[in-house]
Design a protein around this ligand. Structure first.
Ligand SMILES: CC(C)(COP(=O)(O)OP(=O)(O)OC[C@H]1O[C@@H](n2cnc3c(N)ncnc32)[C@H](O)[C@@H]1OP(=O)(O)O)[C@@H](O)C(=O)NCCC(=O)NCCS
Length: 136
């Protein structure tokens, strides 16, 4: 999977504001789903519970995990992102999370449409991004 065009590059992991989405993933609490085709991983969606003193861009509350997701360019527009999101939200409902939040930059129309269809609504603003939330 070409992460350079879809998500984080290795250099981002040196930046705390990005690293906390990946480093220290707690498999007992955080959760992720990966889509795979014959060539390997093609998409991923995951949530992290981040503390108020180290919030993500889309932080809402400590008990509301924040979503990140990406689909490789070769797989976009085929419903993979929608399916990953649905699976992750189903897991969250079953686990009793109050909801899921995220941050989406201005201009990322494709992502915004995907999120709105899944029930996310804008609840705040952070820099050049909207904070979106779906409540269960
Ligand atoms: C956002 C992203 C995860 C969507 O994944 P995807 O597998 O392409 O999404 P889907 O195929 O499920 O598309 C869902 C809907 O979003 C819309 N959409 C997706 N990409 C779009 C684009 N580039 N432009 C306009 N609309 C788009 C379509 O309306 C689509 O609905 P349709 O089935 O009626 O065509 C993917 O585009 C991606 O990885 N983008 C780069 C990383 C990123 O922006 N991540 C999100 C950060 S907030």
């Amino acid at each position: 999977m070409n992460w350079q065009t879809t998500s984080f590059v290795d250099a981002d992991l040196d930046r705390p504001e990005f690293a906390h989405y990946v480093v220290g993933f707690d498999s007992a609490r955080d959760h992720g789903v990966v889509a795979v085709d014959g060539d390997g991983p093609i998409g991923v969606a995951w949530v992290r519970f981040l503390p108020a003193d180290d919030p993500g861009y889309g932080f809402v509350a400590e008990d509301v995990p924040e979503l990140r997701m990406a689909v490789d360019e070769r797989g976009r527009g085929r419903g993979i992102g929608t399916a990953l999101l649905a699976r992750l939200l189903d897991t969250g409902r079953a686990a009793g999370w109050p909801g899921v939040s995220l941050s989406v930059e201005d201009g990322n129309t494709g992502a915004r449409i995907t999120y709105e269809r899944a029930g996310f609504r804008t609840v705040g603003r952070n820099g050049d991004s909207d904070t979106m939330l779906v409540r269960f």
